[in-house]
Design a protein around this ligand. Sequence first.
Ligand SMILES: [Fe+2]
Ligand SMILES: [Fe+2]
Length: 277
Amino acid sequence: MPITLYDDGSHKCIAFPDLVTCEGFKDEATEGKSCDSVQANQFLIVNNEHAALIDPGGNLTYSRLFMGISQYVFPKNLDFVIASHQDPDIIASLNKWLVGTSCRVLVPELWKHFVPHVCTPGATRGRLHGIPDAGMDIEIGGAAFKAIPAHFLHSEGNFHFYDPVSKILFSGDVGTSGVPEEECGMPIADFEAHIPKMKGFHQRYMNSNRVCRYWANMVREMDVEMIVPQHGARIEGKENVAKFLDWFQGLECGVDLMTQENFKVPGQGAAKISVAA
Ligand SMILES: [Fe+2]
Ligand SMILES: [Fe+2]
């Protein structure tokens, strides 16, 4: 079910937390209850008949997301498909959106010449625009929201999206948590209890404490009521947002935690795969 994060009549922010489909993948290997792909939230911002889709995902979400957004907009008229970064769970469905709608596509400038590799040759011509490293304003209808820098958190060229109308920060992989399906897209209840659900992911997928601090300093200057990540639950209310920024700016992660131990040629007893018997 889509979740309405904000609606004032002319401006809406909608989350789609449950579209990653597992049909055909439920087998013994996944114990019949989950698939081998990560849960992902997709987002639609609608303003006066105009709309932007943020991080629409890949083939696992396309059909249901296309149907889902049609409750709010005529999909053919979608103005923008926007990608925070280049990952498959972010933008692997790009070719389908180019064919199915008349959207323009915004991706980090750094990845502009890489993402066409998931498209039919020529499909992106004239429709693909780079978001410069410093970020930009994106106007839809009567509103403008901001692409704000989130480089190395985790992708090298990476943006989050701040909507000043709803005061929501769509934070890509930052704020990701591993929670049960029914909690995805929902507000967290207790920040301290939520930390263990975020910690391991951020330690491995975020680049370094230096960029965590820069990002937290930037976000503190903004008026944020809600941080909504691309995976898991959302962080709602100024108090929880402040707690998240404190936690994140103190986090050691990525290269901070790497040692020579992580860079050894695999020896005896290492993981192995071979042709099935
Ligand atoms: Fe990612
Ligand atoms: Fe992701």
